[in-house]
Each structure stands twice: as C-alpha cells, then as structure tokens.
Design a protein around this ligand. Structure first.
Ligand code: AMP
Ligand code: GLY
Length: 429
C-alpha cells in the first residue's frame, strides 16, 4: 500500500547537517503536512517540530512515531539502521525508509562487506581479516606499506588508518586489538591494500532490484587545506565531481552498484533505501573503499539541493518496489558546501559558543545546521561540525564563490573551515 496522496506526517531520525537537508527538502513536498525530527538541532527547529530523543533510542522513537501517527520515517545515521530500527518499525506496521538490519550490515561490518565483494567479484582493495594480533602482524609484514587498517564495526568514522609506514600500521593494530579503543567494533580487523586515485561518493536509491544513482559528489575528509591533517566527518563537499565521467559512471553502475544490490538479494538480504558507495577511481578502474547504508554527510547537503523531483515520491517508489517507473530529475547547477567547525575539531572541542550572522548568510546560501542548539534565546555551537553552508551556481567556481561569501558573514569563537573546498574540481576544468 502506498502513502497517502497528501497531508503526510514525516519523522526524520537524526540531528546533523544531513538531516537538516532532508527536512528542508521534505518541506518542499506538496504532499507533506508536517515534519518531526528527533533530536534535530536549532536550524531544523525552524522547519520541523524537534523532539529531544537520541537517534539510537529505538523504543522511544517507535513510541513517538506511533503517538504522532507518523506516515513515514526516514533514518539519517547508520547506528540505528545497523541496530535494526527498520525491522522494529516494520514489525509495528510503520513505513520506514532504510535498509533492514541484515542489509545494513554492509556498513555495520567491514569484514562482511569485504567478503561479499570478494564472493561476487565487486572491485575493491585486496584484503585479509583477523581476530588475533600475531597473524595480523605477519600479514602486515608480508604486504608491506602503505596499507590500510580498519576496525570491523562502526567507529564513528574513526576506525580507518591509512598507514604509510609499518610503525603506524602496527600502532593502529595495537590500538584496535590490544587497547580495544573501539570496543567490540574492533573484534575483527581488516588489513587491505592501499589504493591510489581520486575519491568520489556515489549514492543510489534502490528498491532491492532497480538502482538509480544520484548525482556524484566529493567529500573533503581531512581537516586542513590541501587534504592535510587528521580525518574528520567531512569538511565540505561539492557536486558534480568532474573526475566522474560518463564512462566511469557506466562502469560503476555495471561493476559495482548493480552487482552489489543483486548480491545482497542473492544472500537473502534485500537492500532497500540509499546505498552509498565510497569509491577510489584507480588507474585500473573504480574500486570500493566502503559502503554506507544511508545518505552521506556532508554529501547530502550538495546532492539534495540539486534534486528536482519530490523526495517523497522517490521514497514511496523505493518502498513500493516501483523505482523503475519513477523518473528522477536533477538541476544542472553545481553545488558546494563548506563546513564550519568548532575550535580544535576533530579533537575534543568546546560547546556553547554564540553564532552570529546566520540571517545575513541565509540571504545568499542554504545554511544547514549540524551541531547547533538554542541557549538563552541565542543559537550556539553544540558539536564538532557546526554548519554546512551550501550554495548553488551555474558552475563550480560560481558556487564556491557564493558559498564562501555566505561563510564570511558567519562567526563564532574558534570557528575554522577549509578555504579550498572544490579545489580538485577547479583543477579539472
Ligand atoms: P572508509 O571509512 O573505509 O571509507 O575509509 C576512510 C578513508 O580512508 C577513505 O575515505 C579513504 O580516504 C581512506 N581509505 C580507505 N581505504 C583505503 C584504501 N584501501 N586505500 C587508500 N585509502 C583508503
Ligand atoms: N561523508 C562520509 C560519510 O557520510 O560517511
């Protein structure tokens, strides 16, 4: 049974920039009457009713969805998906957009994801998985460096070490396996071949059969300009990625996206929702770095502003298994998102700093809130990534200029952001 034609009540789970972009897009749907977001943030509160429940508190979220008689729930972050929020909502007869627990494992276990890729010949870095230190060290010595060490489970984006030398790789192994810095998520470790190339994020809608890729995007994971410094959740993004040509796209669909969705079906774990492929474009073709079971953050902040089609129509088609009949249209404009982060992020950072200039910035850009909250009538910082300032433009260069123009009007103590978002796209032109 499809969703009601109109008057829909939608619940969005999460409270970051991705969820702000989702709520913003949903509010443009003529079918949507009301959006609720849990927990949301100060920006989302302008568009939706926010309810202070954690994104991982599945029983409380289920209770909320039932009490509010929500017609559709959309899950932003990975943790509730991997914990089975979709299964629990579906068992209660609620419509929910996202993969079930057994399919979300493609993000929840890197070892399992790599084994699936190996079994179905989906291009990815060569690897081995270990539960014990001694054979892991032996393998490391055998393959040499550079190599990449990954904790198996969810580690809030911190579980991957790209090791250029043996000491770094050994230290990463020791932290995961002996110090157990990621707890259970480090019960197994993947050691894999280092891939060289440019990264691109390809997100796709899928109903378990049909796969419809979204426009390409590129994230900027390192904290400093020129891709220096430690990894973060993402310091900015742009779309489209000029490096992602039509020829590469065809290869990605044929060798990665379609085979993966088919593989999951063959494994009895039909995948429904958004499948995110983090890819390395290597000299020998595109290879998978990781799969995520959800929309990317900050990628969503540059992808959804380019989506012309009603997101509810697409999600309904996904849930109904009708994606093949759903047309999806995109704006030709480029989009750029600059993340404004708290002092010392991605290390530990202060909260509660007053943010100014938001209204001025909103005149020329979309200011998606990530870590913000209200305090005594003001909007204050409440997370590592604070804002995602996004602009559209006729080309990347114009979009970059507009985004930074808006960024320049915003301020909070200790604020930092990269000055070079989109630089790779400019080089390509
Ligand atoms: P992941 O969470 O698996 O995407 O890894 C985080 C980041 O580590 C990626 O975005 C890449 O920049 C880097 N990375 C992961 N795997 C590899 C690899 N095999 N070769 C080179 N870089 C990698
Ligand atoms: N931008 C990386 C992620 O969403 O995992």
């Amino acid at each position: 049974m499809g969703l009601k034609k109109d008057g829909l009540k939608v619940l969005v789970v999460g409270g970051g920039g991705r969820e702000h972009a989702l709520v913003w897009k949903l509010r443009q749907s003529p079918r949507v009457a009301e959006v609720i977001c849990a927990p949301g943030n100060a920006g989302i509160a302008g568009l939706a009713k926010t309810v202070n429940l954690g994104a991982e508190d599945i029983p409380a979220l289920l209770n909320l969805a039932q009490q509010e008689k929500v017609d559709l729930t959309i899950v932003g972050p990975e943790a509730p998906l991997v914990a089975g929020i979709v299964d629990q909502f579906a068992s209660a007869g609620l419509r929910v957009f996202g993969p079930r627990r057994e399919a979300a494992m493609i993000e929840g276990s890197k070892v399992w994801a790599k084994e699936i890729m190996r079994k179905y010949n989906i291009p990815t870095a060569r690897f081995a998985a270990f539960q014990e230190m001694a054979p892991a060290v032996a393998f490391l010595k055998e393959i040499g460096t550079p190599c990449v060490v990954k904790a198996d489970g969810l580690a809030a984006g911190k579980g991957v070490t790209v090791a250029m030398d043996e000491a770094t790789a050994l230290e990463a192994l020791r932290l995961i396996m002996e110090d157990r810095v990621f707890g259970e998520a480090g019960n197994s470790v993947v050691i894999e071949e280092y891939l060289e190339g440019e990264e691109v994020s390809i997100l796709a809608f899928t109903d378990g059969q049909t796969v419809v890729p979204m426009v390409s995007a590129q994230d900027h994971k390192r904290v400093f300009d020129g891709d220096q410094g430690p990894n973060t959740g993402g310091m900015g993004a742009y779309s489209p990625a000029p490096v992602y040509t039509e020829e590469i796209h065809q290869q990605v669909v044929r060798t990665i996206l379609e085979p993966t969705v088919k593989a999951l079906r063959a494994e009895g774990r039909e995948y429904v929702g958004v499948l995110y492929a983090g890819l390395m474009l290597t000299p020998t073709g595109p290879k998978v770095l990781e799969f995520n079971a959800r929309f990317g953050d900050p990628e969503t902040q540059v992808i959804l502003p380019r989506l012309k089609t009603d997101l509810v129509d697409i999600m309904e088609a996904v849930l109904e298994g009708n994606l093949a009949e759903q047309s999806i249209a995109w704006l030709p404009e480029a989009a750029v998102c600059v993340v404004m982060a708290s002092e010392d992020y991605p290390g530990s950072y202060p909260k509660g700093r007053v943010i100014t200039g938001l209204e001025e910035a909103a005149k020329s850009a979309l200011v998606f809130h990530a870590g913000t909250a209200f305090h005594e009538g003001q909007i204050v910082t409440n997370g590592g990534r604070v804002l995602g300032v996004t602009a559209l433009g006729s080309d990347i260069k114009t979009a970059i200029a507009s985004a930074y123009q808006a960024v320049s009007t915003i301020n909070f103590a200790g604020c930092h952001y990269r000055q070079d978002i989109g630089y790779r796209a400019l080089k390509k032109r």
